[in-house]
Structures are given as structure tokens and as C-alpha cells.
Design a protein around this ligand. Sequence first.
Ligand code: GLP
Length: 251
Amino acid sequence: MDIIVRESYAEMSRYAAEVIAGYIKAKPNCVLGLATGSTPIGTYQELVRMHKEGLDFSNVKTFNLDEYYGVGIDLNKPFDLDQSYARFMYENLFKHINIKPENVHVPDGLTKEPEKYCRWYEDEIVKAGGIDLQVLGIGGDGHWAFNEPGSSLGSRTRLQALTPQTLDDNYESFYKKAGIAREDMPHFALTMGIGTILEAKNIIMLANGKKKADVVAKSIEGPITSQITASAIQLHSGGVTVVLDRDAASS
Ligand code: GLP
């Protein structure tokens, strides 16, 4: 596992974007797994900048980790009022680069048949040749995607109930600004499983800020446990890079 520490969020984001761009240049039709949350926003901004300088996404395919259940993208709404992860990706990355819409995959939070849909989503990843590089953040309780504490380390893409901590964290970061009451935010999500994520050929996990320091240390150095699903990073047999700012590396 390579652990890279950079002084600031900006430098961390630049480093992560260079890693991702390296994959795209080496394999223009690579398959990227993408994450949402505030952590990767700087990385996506760097990728947009690199695109303006010629980085070509025209053959890149992407699969996002997760989506709130019961939520769908609505481009007629202002971004503030559209809390879907699909919209987050569109605003922060996809609308700024030359990726083909048919190459973009974000789980459909409006599906009426989540089990069937999740199996289909996994099949699409396999049909695309598997994920070459999976980008990951880490939740406040050490989760990957929406694999909350207690999720099996062999879990697959599925419908998952969110824990009070994740609801609080994500409410503060996203829903509150939109004036949505906490009880009205989605309490379920579709998420790739830990088993699904571990099938990615390579992984890059990003974290910044003091509040992530403890879970980052536990994930990469502590016991492997379903209570901190990101600790599954230690089970990955391919290339694993962890990119941290100084604060996230401080425990
Ligand atoms: C959510 C997402 C995760 C993300 C986490 C941390 O739970 N499903 O994929 O890693 O939030 O978000 P942030 O980067 O805002 O701390």
C-alpha cells in the first residue's frame, strides 16, 4: 500500500488527479469507479483543469459507488435543491469534460426493483471489463460508499439503510443547505458492496481533515473489521494508494 501525505487539501487533490490522469493516459478506454462527498471535489476540479489542457475522456467509462434511494437527477431544479449523487457528479465533473453520457453510470435511485437493478449494475461493471481504478473517500465512521458498520466485507451492490451518524454527517454537508429537514432526507441508499469494490484492479482512497484522522489510521493499520468497512483496504491484492492531507495523516 502506498501512503502519500501532502501538506494541504489542494496538493492532495492535485496528486490524486495526477494518478487518475495517469490511468487515462495509459489506457484511454479505462474504467473508473467514482465517489461522491466533499473529499473528491478538489480532485474533480483538477481533472477538469487537465481536460482543458487536453486530457481526453471520450473513451473513459465510469461507475459511481452509490446513490440515495428514492432520489433521481432533475436538471430542471437548481443544483442546491437536487441532492442526487448523479447531479453532484454532473455538476462537479461530467458536464465539464468530454465523457459520453452512455459511458457514465450512477446507480438509479428511482428503481422500483432494487435487487434486480443492483444485479444488473454489477453485470454492467463486468461487461465493461471491471473497474481499473476505484476512487474512494471514507465516511466519518470508516465506511466506504454506503457500506455502514456491520456490512459484510463480501457484500455486493444492494439497498442499504443509513446509520444515524451518516445521516447527520451528510445532512450537515449537503441537505441542510438545501433547507431540507433531517427527517425528510433519504434514509436508504443503493451502494456497491465491499466485495464489489475489492474487485477493482486498483484503489485510490482520499481523506482530508482532522476529523478523518482516527478512522484513516484504524482503516489502514487497525484490525480488519466489518465495523470499519474501509479496513477492507488491507485485503486488496492490487495497487492501493492512500492520499491524505497532513491533518488526515495525524493519528
Ligand atoms: C458518503 C458517501 C461516501 C463518502 C462519504 C464521506 O457517505 N457515500 O462515498 O466517502 O460520504 O463524505 P465526505 O467526503 O463529504 O466526508
